[in-house]
Design a protein around this ligand. Sequence first.
Ligand SMILES: [Zn+2]
Length: 321
Amino acid sequence: MRRLALTLGIVCAAIACEPTGETTTEEASSLIQSEKWWNSLPRPGYASLEKVGVFGAWFEVYQLPDGTLAIYEPYQFQEAISYLVLGSERAALIDTGNGIGDIAAVVSELTDLPVTVLLTHEHPDHFGGAHAFDVVAVFDEPSALERISAGVPNERARGSVSGDQVWKPLPSGVDAESFTVPGVEPTQLLADGDVIDLGGRTLEVLHTPGHSAGSVCYLDREHRVLFTGDHFYPGPLYAFGSGVDIDAYIASNDRIAALVGEYDHVASGHNEPWVEARVIPSVSDAFRTILDGGGEFSERDERRRYRFDGFDIIVRKDLLE
Ligand SMILES: [Zn+2]
């Protein structure tokens, strides 16, 4: 395998995942965002899920097995998904979406349990609603803590609520002229191997740098689910921005691939909430195929979009030369 010191900005399902980075709405090309992308919704994976309802005219909530709820934002291009995991003593909210809708209000309708927010990483489409909660836990990685603390000012956040990024009216009181993502000061710092006990239900912290330095997955061994944030989702993974060493990404994926006997499903951070675990080992293979010069791709604007079974990878062409 060619060893490339390339950096990897595996961003999200969409271009605005990192409004603090170099990717902007203006850069979006048809390689990344198809025109009227919302016409392909709903995604097929939702047909087999029980829809709990629509909340706040912005979130759709779906029931997953074992007392887990997926809180989905289908009207914004990121199609961010947060998860409410219910124990007997506490609930965990894994990620908090873009901060466009009032996710705290949704959570209060879904449970009376005290809530611990568990962030998967430091991108604003995941910590957008965290400021509204009293207990917020984040992996202890300095650059990640800095970004979460800083938040995103209007000039960089407004793109995520403008133009083709949204296809339904914004919630009442939200507009592009004033939208920001508030910073958050975590109340709890997490380390690799920590186990969060919700009462009859535990989540284990797995540090999986690659998408970002502070990325983690949360493993529920008993109920055989891995919550992956942006480490994996069924959609185009972006390998062209600022971010992370690709070798770290592959190493992290190798780690969770080795654990694939411990979980049957992946609850991902974007697009669809319930993905069969067997896709995970193929992610490492896909990156290695690209680095070895293989794979089928289409090319535009100096980027290549490689297609694999269950996900794509978009790479900046010069990183492969
Ligand atoms: Zn991200």
